[in-house]
Design a protein around this ligand. Structure first.
Ligand code: PGA
Length: 242
C-alpha cells in the first residue's frame, strides 16, 4: 500500500498565480493538496494526479472539487473548534461524500502532565461519535486520523518533530482506540493513520518507514516545491510501502 502525503498549505501562497505554480509542482498521485479556500476552484482545475482537499469543513467544498477535508486541526481548535463541533463537521463531511482527516494531538502542557493518551482518546472518541455509517454519501467510505502533537507543529515556539518511534507507538494506540469508539464497523481498509508536525525532506523517511504510519500531513515544507517533491519521492520507495 503506497503511503499518502497531505499538503496543508495553510495561509500560503498569497496570490493565485503562485498557487497555480505550486499546485503544478506538487501534482503527483498519492498527494492531497489543501490550499487556502479562496484558491480551491483554481487549484482543482490545475490538478491532474493529486486530489484536492480543504483545510476545514464547509458545505460547499465538495462542489468546489474537494474529496478530502482536514477537521480538528490545532489551528481551528485554537480558534474555538470544540470536540463537539469537530464531531458535527466529521459527520457532515462523511455524508457529503468527503474523506475527513481528523487531527488529534496534545499540547506541550498536556504532554508535560502525562495527559497525552487521555487527550487524544477524547478527541478521537468525540470526533467519531456522530458518524453512524461510512456507506452514506458518495465517498469511498474512508476516515483518516492524523496524530499531530501541537508542540511538534513548526509554527509553535521551540517546535521539534516527534520521534518516528514515538509517533508510531501513538498511532498504534489510536488504531486500537478507533476499533473501540466507532459504532460502525471499522475495517482496516476504511482508515489511514498519519503523522504531522515539522516534517521535512530530511526527516520524512524515518516517519514513512514504520508500518503503523500510513502517511504524512505536511505544513511548512509543503509550500516549498523542492521539499514537497523530495518528500513525495520517498513514498515511491518500495521499502516505505507495506
Ligand atoms: P508543519 O505543520 O509541517 O509546518 O509542522 C503541520 C500542520 O500544521 O498540519
Amino acid at each position: 500500500m503506497s503511503k499518502i502525503i497531505i499538503a496543508n498549505w495553510k495561509g500560503h501562497p498569497a496570490i493565485e498565480a503562485e498557487a497555480v505554480d505550486l499546485a503544478r509542482a506538487s501534482d503527483f498521485s498519492g498527494m492531497v493538496i489543501c490550499p487556502p479556500k479562496q484558491f480551491l476552484k483554481t487549484v482543482s482545475r490545475v490538478l491532474k494526479n493529486a486530489v484536492l482537499g480543504a483545510q476545514d469543513y464547509a458545505p460547499d467544498i465538495y462542489g468546489l472539487g474537494c474529496r478530502y477535508v482536514i477537521i480538528g486541526h490545532s489551528d481551528r481548535r485554537r480558534l474555538g473548534d470544540t470536540n463537539a463541533l469537530v464531531a458535527e463537521k466529521m459527520a457532515c463531511a462523511v455524508s457529503d461524500g468527503l474523506t475527513p482527516i481528523l487531527c488529534v494531538g496534545e499540547t506541550a502542557e498536556q504532554r508535560a502532565c502525562g495527559k497525552t493518551e487521555s487527550v487524544i482518546t477524547e478527541q478521537l472518541r468525540i470526533g467519531l461519535s456522530k458518524i453512524q455509517t461510512l456507506v452514506r454519501g458518495e465517498g469511498k467510505g474512508e476516515i483518516f486520523v492524523a496524530y499531530e502533537p501541537v508542540w511538534a507543529i513548526s509554527v509553535e515556539p521551540g517546535a521539534s518533530p516527534d520521534t518516528a518511534f514515538h509517533a508510531a507507538a501513538r498511532i498504534a494506540f489510536l488504531k486500537k482506540q478507533v476499533l473501540q469508539y466507532s459504532s460502525w464497523k471499522w475495517e482496516m481498509g476504511n482508515g489511514k493513520f498519519l503523522y504531522g508536525g515539522s516534517i521535512t525532506s530530511a526527516n520524512a523517511h524515518s516517519f514513512l518507514t514504520p508500518i503503523d504510519i500510513d502517511g504524512l500531513l505536511v505544513g511548512a515544507a509543503s509550500v516549498q516545491p523542492i521539499e514537497i517533491q523530495k518528500i513525495w519521492q520517498l513514498t515511491q520507495h518500495p521499502e516505505n510501502n507495506h
